[in-house]
Write a protein that binds this ligand. Structure first.
Ligand code: C2E
Ligand code: MG
Ligand code: MG
Ligand code: MG
Length: 287
């Protein structure tokens, strides 16, 4: 058996970390007990409306603190959970917890990341329906963030599930646009209610003309298709000005907010934030 065969199919992961099968199995076992032992928690990162400068949505971001106190980022452990299928159980936990947390926040949208493996599971819409019923969370305030991979791998199942999900009133956002193979043509092929420009595109658009043109034309197409546009990973005033001028509807990034525990969200609702209000004494200011 070749060395390669012992590694994960998820190539970027094996290239980046070169973990063996055994190490992956070990992490998968840890994730399984993390779920039963309550080692997961959710943080929320606010999205700021470019016009009103108010928080209009929050994105739910999964956090894992191991028993030894170490934090492991989702970019590390989500691919492992996807590989084993554990993401299905973790993802349902995330949805239920997030819907419960967000019940308290009137009017704003709750955005939850859904991985390709979840959307490929034909039972996903049924589980989602149950969670909405059990928690009483308004489906029209829920948005699911998916990536192009979700649709490329298994477009028929994905489209069928998305139709059921939309039937509940839930919106669908295309996440991480500008990375990987996501192209403008892709926007036309499938329907999304929101386009999320990845941080890498936002950063590059501030640095070179071709990337700027790419960002502007994606926004133009998104507009023509009545999609909302969010710029992700905005860290500087220059980037904020640029994406605002480009016509983005929301800004998400450390310039305004990092992800925070649920309990800290209410204090940021219903009051405008932004350039004028940011100074050293302002808790919104980036540290
Ligand atoms: P994403 O969905 O694109 O989430 C945005 C990521 O960008 C988050 O990283 C967030 O903390 C980070 N970010 C936001 N603003 C800034 C900024 O101004 N600068 C920089 N440098 N980073 C910023 P995080 O929390 O580490 O999550 C990474 C990825 O893990 C997410 O990317 C998402 O794909 C995945 N993920 C997180 N939570 C979940 C989950 O519950 N389920 C699934 N399936 N995936 C999740
Ligand atoms: Mg996301
Ligand atoms: Mg994203
Ligand atoms: Mg991203």
């Amino acid at each position: 058996v070749s060395k390669r065969a012992g590694k994960m199919r998820c190539t970027w992961f094996s290239e980046a970390f070169d973990h063996s099968r055994e190490q992956l199995k070990e992490m998968d076992d840890e994730l399984r007990s993390a779920l039963t032992n309550g080692e997961f928690c959710l943080n929320y990162q606010p999205l700021v409306d470019t016009t009103s400068r108010k928080v209009v949505a929050v994105e739910c971001l999964l956090r894992w603190q191991r028993p030894d106190g170490k934090h492991v980022g989702p970019n590390i452990f989500i691919p492992v959970a996807e590989e084993s299928g554990l993401i299905n159980a973790i993802g349902l936990w995330v949805l239920r917890q997030a819907c419960q947390d967000a019940l308290a926040w009137d009017d704003i949208t709750l955005s939850v990341n859904i991985s390709a493996a979840q959307l490929r599971n034909p039972e996903f819409p049924i589980h989602l329906g149950h969670i909405l019923e059990e928690t009483g969370f308004d489906p029209e305030r829920l948005e699911l963030e998916i990536t192009e991979t979700c649709l490329v791998l298994d477009p028929i199942v994905a489209e069928r599930s998305l139709a059921v999900i939309r039937g509940f009133g839930v919106r669908v956002a295309l996440d991480d646009f500008g990375t990987g193979y996501a192209s403008i043509g892709f926007l036309r092929q499938f329907r999304f209610e929101k386009l999320k420009l990845d941080r890498s595109l936002v950063v590059q658009a501030g640095e070179d003309d071709a990337s700027r043109a790419m960002m502007l034309s994606s926004i133009t197409v998104a507009r023509a298709m009545h999609m909302d546009v969010t710029a992700e990973g905005v860290e500087t005033e220059e980037q904020a000005d640029m994406v605002r001028a480009a016509g983005c509807d929301q800004i998400q990034g450390w310039l305004y907010f990092k992800a925070m525990p649920a309990g800290e969200i209410p204090q940021h609702l219903n009051r405008p934030i932004g350039a004028q209000s940011r100074d050293d004494s302002d808790p919104h200011a980036k540290v």
